[in-house]
Design a protein around this ligand. Sequence first.
Ligand code: PLP
Length: 360
Amino acid sequence: GKRYYGGNEFIDAVENLARERAIKLFKAEHANVQSHSGATANAAAYLALLDPGDTVLAMDLAAGGHLTHGHKLNFSGKFYRFVGYGVTEDTERIDLDEVARLAREHKPKLIVAGASAYPRIIDFPGFQAVAEAVGAKLLVDMAHIAGLAATNVHPTPIPYADVVTTTTHKTLRGPRGAMIFCKHQFAEIIDKAVMPGTQGGPLDHVVAAKAVALKEALEPSFVEYQRQVVRNAQALAGTLAEASLRVVSGGTDNHLILVDVTGLGTTGKLAEKALEDVGIYANKNVIPFDQRKPLDPSGVRFGTPALTTRGFTEPDMRRIAQAIIDVLRTPLDEGVRHRTRQLVKELTEQHPLYPGLRYV
Ligand code: PLP
């Protein structure tokens, strides 16, 4: 309703629809749907809540956090003083007592919960208690789990956090983009931090696509989709673990799994390439306490949202897991590579991207 330019009658209608749907889906007090991406959403949240040089406690990138949670080459690490928390060595899960200890020691103005490579439930009420105890604000970056949180397949952070950022293109299954939710009291500073704080004009076509994604996410079938995403991730993890691949934290509660592939005599980089060669896409990833470097780490991260959208279920995931194991064990075996390519073809034809799609 307050644009720099005229002729925005329909653009306003689209954006308001996206905002209403976002608020309804997440039961939030306020939503800004203009953020171009997860990184700029976090930039806006920091701009609204912090001054340069302020201390922030966030998950270490090496333990599963995101670049914008304080990496030294990222704006976040340059403008603010980030302190990292990780996971424990034995459980590979976040230890809230350790987060609380670091919070007491460093007295952050802001605590960030949320991750890019963490397969377990995050205890948002626990984080809220830690933040409250030291007088810090709580920002949850739910980029990865937004779809799960929208359907309570993962507990939602919305009631517990002052501000919640999210991308719209991961489990929420929308276009590349982002949104910010917050309590009423932060609505004005968040909106201003997005525009003019960190962005110029919004990407209106993407805002329209967010509105469509949010409509889909409000359908009852979206709940079943999210449940299946988790069941598929658990089936994948289970079969990989049976073949003595080490699954970080022993399994998953969400849409992703992290696997240590070094036990098979390979590395994350080699595994990513070997799988890509046969049509299986995953990405190399550090594992907690990784002894190897980020560009050739010990782990691979697999996610199930895309395959689940195509209708893959647990038996398919178990066949894929077996193929992954075969390829990683014998990456140069032409027979294995051929059989795996055939399997990929068979499964993707069984579950086309949309009905009627013809491959040429
Ligand atoms: N936050 C988290 C937790 C993420 O995993 C990501 C993306 O991978 C982002 C933020 C950044 O999102 P974008 O790539 O849209 O900037």
